[in-house]
Every structure is written in structure tokens, then in C-alpha cells.
Design a protein around this ligand. Structure first.
Ligand code: PMP
Length: 381
């Protein structure tokens, strides 16, 4: 790592290698159009898959929650910060996804960095898919368990690694929908392996919750899976339009996490207004079949339109539709040219994706119109 006097040079070096990141300041609420530097862009950058991030019902619920439960929760859950609003949400969420119990976290990042280390530690082994989200990788590293990675979605590779690590507790960590590729994990096969090897299966469903499964109950409900070995995560900053995350599983697992997940214990409980709005969100998401159908129509339109124009997208059937560019400079140039046309699509570069696989990450939403997707296809062409 650079010393203090070296930092500026290191940033310049990142710039020269097309790796320096900057945060565009957005001067509008989220929606299919955003305002940056005074210009309005059609955006395909957010994970607001159902178009709920500016939904009036959720905005009202946040305000109502603050009036009823106060602005802050005042302390951590184990002291007196676990208010009725948090408790009610956890019960409703567990029912919604069909598991016994649930635990609310302030973010998905916090959940992933806390849950893995609560289930495995020194002397144990954690097996993660090579494309698992950075927060899951950090959770694996922080756990202190031996960290073994397997090739993306490679069940045979995973099985041989499980067989080679017989001692201690074992946990398999995967995303249900891969955030930069949009493809799906073979969840039923993974769960069968986890059960056969007496391991935990921890599934991060950040990009499936709200979108996949009956009523948006997520990837595990879509696959009809339940097991004492299965611990699942949903995050609420994407399709759910809010923020926060929850882990669901058996009542015993959740009780264990209450006692041992450090990122749930040593942190102030999220504002009760958020917990209250999350409970309202479950109803909104549960009734959002029309939005899910709209999203599906946009996905089909983009893929068929791209094929008709000879544009090669990665093979994804979800709202995440990556357009491979190869090197970092090409991805940045493509994103810049789209911005000139008033279209915002992020260029995703290493270390977020492997070297040589920079891409434009198109993220579709039910709030996009058919004309929006046509404009994107024209721009991509
Ligand atoms: N897991 C995955 C797969 C994600 O894409 C993200 C967000 N980028 C997270 C976890 C982290 O969730 P949160 O934004 O709630 O911290």
C-alpha cells in the first residue's frame, strides 16, 4: 500500500491504467432518467429492477415509520435498539420467503461479512464460487476459515474440493444471480452437494429477491428449495427499492446468528422507519406481478433486438445484461459514447471483473419503456 506521500502518484497511476473510479453526483431521485451535471440521461445503471426506488407507497411508509417509531433506533439490537418495527419485519420476511426465522442487517455487505464468520472459523473450510460478490469474498476471508475457491458454477470442481477437506465445519458460498454476469447458480445441485457433505449452503440472493419466484420471493422459492443446511440472504437496495438486507433460515440458525454474527451485534440497529417501510415493501413486491411481467418483456426485447443487430450480449436471462468490451479502455470509450447520446451505462472493469473482461453492465427495470430499450439498442449498435 502507498505511504502518505505516494498516494497522489498512485491515483495518477490508476488514472493512466483506466482504473480510477469516480462517483457521478446524481441530482434527481432514481428512475429511468437521472440528472448528472445538469443533463438528463436515460439510465441502465441502477438495480432498481421493479422501479420502486421512488415509489410513493415506500416514501410514505418511511415517513409514517419515522413518525410512529422515531428517527433513530438508539442502540444495537441486543441492547434496546430492536424495536417492534424491526421485529415485525423479521417475522413477515421469514413468512414471505417461507423460512422459520430471519435476521435484519443494515446492508447486504454487513450480512455477508458477518454470517460466514458466524458459521465457520479457524480449522473449518469455506468454498466460494470464483465470481461470488466482493462482500461474500470478504466474509470468507474475515471468517478465518481456510478459503477454497472453485470455478464458476463448476459442481464437479466443488465436489472434489469438498471431498478433499473432510475436517471441521464446511460452508459453500454462492450468489443466486451473479451480479456482473447475470447468470444463475445451479441451486438444487448445490444444495444436494451441501447435504451430502454435511455442509452449509449460503446463498446471496441480492439480485433474485423481488424479481424471481412466485410473488418475487426469490431464487430459492423459484427453485422450491428448503433445508436446515440452507441459509439465504435477500438485500433490499435493489428490486425492493429501499436498503438493508435479511438472512433467513431455521429458527436455530437465526438464534445462533443473533448470538454470533458480529456485524449484527456490534452495530446500531437500522432506523425503525426503514424496518417499517420494509414490511410495507413485502406487500408491494408481493403484488408486483405486472412489474415483473414488464421487466421480463424488456429483457426479451433487449436480447432479441441485440441478436437481430448482431450485438453479442453475455448469455443472461435476468435483468443484468452485460455487453462484453474486452479491455478497460474500450469499455470506458463505449460508455462515454453512450453518455454523449444521453444514455448512462456503467463500464465495469477489474478488479470488479477478471482482467480482460471489461464490460458495459446493462441493468433493466420494469420502469423502462419499450422506447427506452430501443434507444439503448440504437446506442449499442
Ligand atoms: N451481494 C451482491 C450479489 C450484491 O450485488 C451486493 C450489492 N452490490 C451486495 C451483496 C451488497 O448488498 P448491499 O448493497 O445491501 O450492501
Amino acid at each position: 500500500m502507498p505511504r502518505p506521500a505516494e498516494l497522489a502518484d498512485r491515483l495518477a497511476d490508476l488514472d493512466a491504467r483506466y482504473r480510477r473510479r469516480r462517483r457521478p453526483r446524481v441530482d434527481s431521485p432514481q428512475g429511468p432518467h437521472i440528472v448528472v451535471d445538469g443533463r438528463t440521461y436515460l439510465t441502465f445503471a441502477s438495480n432498481d429492477y421493479l422501479g420502486l426506488a421512488s415509489d410513493a407507497r415506500l416514501i410514505d411508509a418511511l415517513a409514517d415509520g419515522a413518525r410512529r417509531f422515531g428517527a433513530g433506533s438508539g442502540s444495537s439490537h441486543l441492547l434496546t435498539g430492536h424495536l417492534a418495527a424491526h421485529d415485525r419485519f423479521e417475522r413477515h420476511f421469514a413468512d414471505f420467503v417461507g423460512r422459520e426465522a430471519a435476521l435484519l442487517f443494515s446492508s447486504g455487505y454487513q450480512a455477508n461479512t458477518g454470517v460466514v464468520g458466524a458459521l465457520v472459523g479457524r480449522g473449518d473450510t469455506v468454498f466460494s464460487d470464483r465470481l461470488a460478490h466482493a462482500s461474500l469474498i470478504d466474509g470468507c476471508r474475515l471468517s478465518g476459515a481456510e478459503h477454497v475457491r472453485f470455478r464458476h458454477n463448476d459442481l464437479d470442481g466443488l465436489e472434489s474440493r469438498l471431498a478433499a477437506h473432510p475436517g471441521g465445519a464446511r460452508l459453500i458460498a454462492v450468489d443466486a444471480v451473479y451480479s456482473m454476469d447475470g447468470d444463475l447458480a445451479p441451486l438444487a445441485d448445490l444444495l444436494a452437494l451441501a447435504e451430502r457433505y454435511d455442509a452449509w449452503l449460503y446463498v446471496d440472493d441480492a439480485h433474485g429477491f423481488g424479481v424471481l419466484g412466485d410473488g418475487g420471493r426469490g431464487s430459492l422459492a423459484a427453485a422450491g428449495l428448503d433445508s436446515p443446511n440452507l441459509v439465504q440472504l435477500a438485500t433490499f437496495g435493489k428490486a425492493a427499492g429501499l436498503a438493508g438486507a435479511a438472512v433467513a433460515g431455521t429458527a436455530t440458525v437465526i438464534d445462533w446468528l443473533v448470538n454470533s454474527a458480529r456485524t449484527a451485534i456490534f452495530t446500531t440497529a437500522c432506523p425503525p422507519s426503514l424496518a417499517h417501510a420494509l414490511t410495507v415493501m413485502l406487500d408491494v413486491v408481493g403484488q408486483a406481478d405486472e412489474r415483473r411481467a414488464d421487466l421480463e418483456a424488456r429483457i426479451v426485447q433487449l436480447r432479441e433486438g441485440a441478436a437481430a443487430r448482431g450485438l453479442a450480449l453475455l448469455p443472461s436471462r435476468t435483468a443484468i445484461q452485460p455487453f462484453p468490451c474486452g479491455d478497460d479502455a474500450a469499455a470506458l470509450a463505449a460508455a462515454a459514447r453512450l453518455r454523449e447520446r444521453g444514455i448512462w451505462v456503467p463500464a465495469i472493469r477489474p478488479p470488479t471483473v477478471p482482467v480482460g473482461s471489461a464490460r458495459l453492465r446493462v441493468s433493466l427495470s420494469a420502469a423502462h419503456s419499450a422506447a427506452d430499450v430501443e434507444a439503448l439498442l440504437d446506442g449499442l449498435s
